[in-house]
Write a protein that binds this ligand. Sequence first.
Ligand code: FAD
Ligand code: SF4
Ligand code: SF4
Length: 479
Amino acid sequence: MAKQPMLKFVKIERDMPEKRDAIVRNKDFREIYAEFADAKATEQSSRCSQCGVPYCQSHCPLHNNIPDWLRLTATGRLQEAYEVSQATNTFPEICGRICPQDRLCEGNCVIEQSGHGTVTIGSVEKYITDTAWENGWVKPAAPAVERKESVGIIGAGPGGLAAADMLRRAGVQVTVYDRYDRSGGLLTYGIPGFKLEKEIVMRRNKQLEDGGVTFVMNCTVGEDMSFEDIRDRHDAVIIATGVYKSRDLKGPGSGARGIVKAIDYLTASNRVANFGDTVEEFTSGELNAEGKNVVVIGGGDTAMDCVRTAIRQGATSVKCLYRRDRANMPGSQREVQNAEEEGVRFEWLTAPKGFKGDPAVSAVIVEKMRLGLPDASGRQSPEVIEGSDYEEPADLVIKALGFSPEELPTLWGCPELEVTRWGTIKAEFTSGRTVLPDVYAVGDIVRGASLVVWAIRDGRDCAEHVLKDFDKMAAIAAE
Ligand code: FAD
Ligand code: SF4
Ligand code: SF4
């Protein structure tokens, strides 16, 4: 009888790929986890109990067929594992690296619930696709037939690129417009290299180009080209512009020099550290933490990326102020642990009241908080502890308080493009159709600041509906 290759979770313990030592990794921008060795990936995949109702899969936004690709990996059938994995995910190696697995697939793995430690789904997913790249199994689109319809996609982030990939594979003529010089959106300029090395993103960009997707870079829609112009050029348009308006801080002194936005800080760092670009504000020291006391304000993933970047730039000290406690922060616990290991100090239950220093900031006036009664969302509201103020020395303050959408209908001179009261584009669930004919929207510009995996899901779903709508139009025209 054949040996049972799976259900090894009782005998084999959960094991993650090796993490580089904090005092080594906090000096460079390379990823912190090593690759699984082949034997380790096989062994870890074999821990899966092949659930009849796999909660991992239902909690993955892409509904990845996780049990199947784990079984194929455990039995050494890696090329088939890759085929299954890429059937539902456009960028599996990216999700494997940066999905908050503890809140999605792994957080819902049944063997985690039974106390054995989750199957390391993300690391296996990354391993499968990295192996596929090494072996030349990842191929650019090669549509069997070329279609005459053309789609313009505004925004080269994961949402736009996932849609571009699906449409191009179906033979559609696809042009992606982006205001940056490199595509990838936040994968390229937001997320730091220590979470996602840029070669991983650039090889995907090249794959799309090789498959026939046209990129028009350094093109800000609404400035270099009008939205109307893009609509005129294409049979359908997908808006995938993400959310970039930084939430701001008020309070005395908040306009001082040295108080900067997280997105500006991270973009400059990504350009300099990962691409070797020259960025004036980095060279001048404005967006460089080297030799500075740095205070980052916020408790989400962007704040975690800022504190860990500041450490790598050689800051004298790095502190993170967050108004709730550790258990109630929005950022991933795994990232907090990584940051602490690398030398970041967290000041829980604190908020900025104002800033000292003129013209340049010299300190943050901090007030202490406690958690009060739950608000409408059910989360406990932070309350100020009167008379608890103290000063935190700072010569660089980074605001990482979240993002909201830019006012696209105004910027694009298109008041008919309907938005919600939060400024996100009103779009039909799943299809992404907006109120404008042949205009669709996906990703953060619809959901508000969200996750890469959700942007991919939206892009894929939308592409499917664009194709259906094209087919419907063709059928009507043929009648
Ligand atoms: P984006 O990735 O924002 O791409 C939008 C693109 O549109 C950009 O390239 C932009 O230049 C372009 N654009 C905008 N306006 C115009 C215009 N007018 N004309 C032309 N082009 C335009 N998610 C995770 O899952 N895991 C993480 O670890 C993670 N870390 C993050 C860290 C940071 C610092 C930030 C800010 C976000 C992080 N996220 C993370 C969230 C994730 O990056 C986003 O949810 C995701 O990138 C959204 O994809 P998108 O395609 O909708 O938009
Ligand atoms: Fe888990 Fe993300 Fe991969 Fe889905 S895409 S299986 S949530 S790592
Ligand atoms: Fe395997 Fe866990 Fe998914 Fe069950 S929930 S199929 S054990 S990965």
